[in-house]
Design a protein around this ligand. Structure first.
Ligand SMILES: Cc1cc2nc3c(=O)[nH]c(=O)nc-3n(C[C@H](O)[C@H](O)[C@H](O)COP(=O)(O)OP(=O)(O)OC[C@H]3O[C@@H](n4cnc5c(N)ncnc54)[C@H](O)[C@@H]3O)c2cc1C
Length: 274
């Protein structure tokens, strides 16, 4: 099957009813749902998910498949808590896809460095699945994934597979259980990055995570000689419409919903440091 023939959503402004075919807990406050939706999209794009009578919120696509669409969600408020109560067979509504994702075609023949923190690993999982399907197009792939504690590690099953295929480093800020855990190193992701042998030769870097983590990661990359235009970040802002009308996600002339959420770092670094 050709992964490039995913179904085109005829009208991305109209919510489509989807059924949950799998609901999986990843960590105490995080879960992944699989929807019976075949949607043509780029890795890094997002959808607007809604439940009538509850609300709507943007969620990144965390898969790359012609069979289904996966979303990884952290429970923080009304919508995400309502989604946590749904189970296999229940329905919700999805519109999209929206935004600018990772233009994977432009990065062919490059080495990829993929750096995720916490829930920020979710959109990058879509990139990893894309690379798996187009493996010959990319050279070395390094994954640096950081979590707060062993309990917060996401995609535990996938980690074992990724370790076989890529250069994988997992870190946990604190090993609260004091045990060997998913081959994770204790410490911040920035320490692992500093201690690694990566250099800036023919590489592009994708980063998604909390703003403070992204800022420190970029600092380390700069120390290692990376240029701003080698670095791509996924930004998250409060947004409602997702198509550039409500202006909630707009910062200094850029819409996170249509110009982003994936930006080349030199395009946004002024306001990212605000
Ligand atoms: C492009 C994009 C992709 C996203 N992808 C994911 C994802 O893959 N998984 C996931 O769990 N979440 C993701 N989010 C965040 C998610 O959309 C919000 O957490 C969402 O609003 C939660 O809805 P809620 O009704 O549960 O919470 P609410 O009750 O609406 O909000 C809970 C609290 O979070 C604040 N808040 C809401 N959204 C944001 C935001 N974007 N930035 C800062 N504060 C905010 C609210 O003001 C409130 O204080 C994404 C956001 C964006 C913009």
């Amino acid at each position: 099957m050709n992964p490039d023939v995913l179904m085109e959503n005829k009208n991305p402004y109209i919510p489509v009813k989807c059924r949950i075919v799998e609901w999986k807990r990843e960590s105490p406050d995080n879960f992944t749902i699989t929807l019976d939706l075949r949607l043509k999209h780029e890795p890094g794009q997002f959808v607007q998910v809604s439940i009538p009578g509850i609300g709507e919120c943007p969620i990144s696509i965390c898969s790359y498949s012609e069979e289904h669409l996966k979303l990884n969600i952290r429970e923080v408020g009304n919508m995400t808590s309502a989604m946590a109560k749904l189970r296999k067979g229940d329905s919700l509504f999805v519109r999209g896809p929206y935004g600018n994702g990772y233009k994977m075609g432009q990065f062919r023949n490059n080495n990829l460095i993929i750096i995720g923190g916490g829930c920020g690993v979710a959109p990058l999982k879509g990139v990893i699945e894309y690379v798996e399907r187009h493996r010959d197009d990319y050279k070395d792939v390094h994954l640096f994934l950081g979590y707060r504690s062993p309990d917060n590690i996401l995609f535990k099953e996938e980690l074992a597979e990724w370790r076989k295929k890529y250069h994988l480093t997992v870190t946990i800020d604190e090993n609260v259980h004091g045990e060997f855990c998913y081959n994770a190193k204790t410490g911040f992701i920035t320490d692992a990055l500093k201690n690694s042998s990566i250099d800036n030769g023919n590489k592009v870097v994708f980063i998604c995570g909390p703003p403070i983590m992204m800022n420190y990661v970029i600092q380390v990359l700069k120390e290692k000689g990376f240029n701003d235009d080698q670095i791509f970040i996924s930004a998250e802002r409060l947004m409602y419409c997702a198509f550039g009308a409500c202006c909630h996600c707009m910062i200094r002339g850029k819409f996170t919903c249509i110009d982003g959420p994936v930006f080349r770092y030199d395009e946004v670094k002024e306001y990212e440091n605000d």
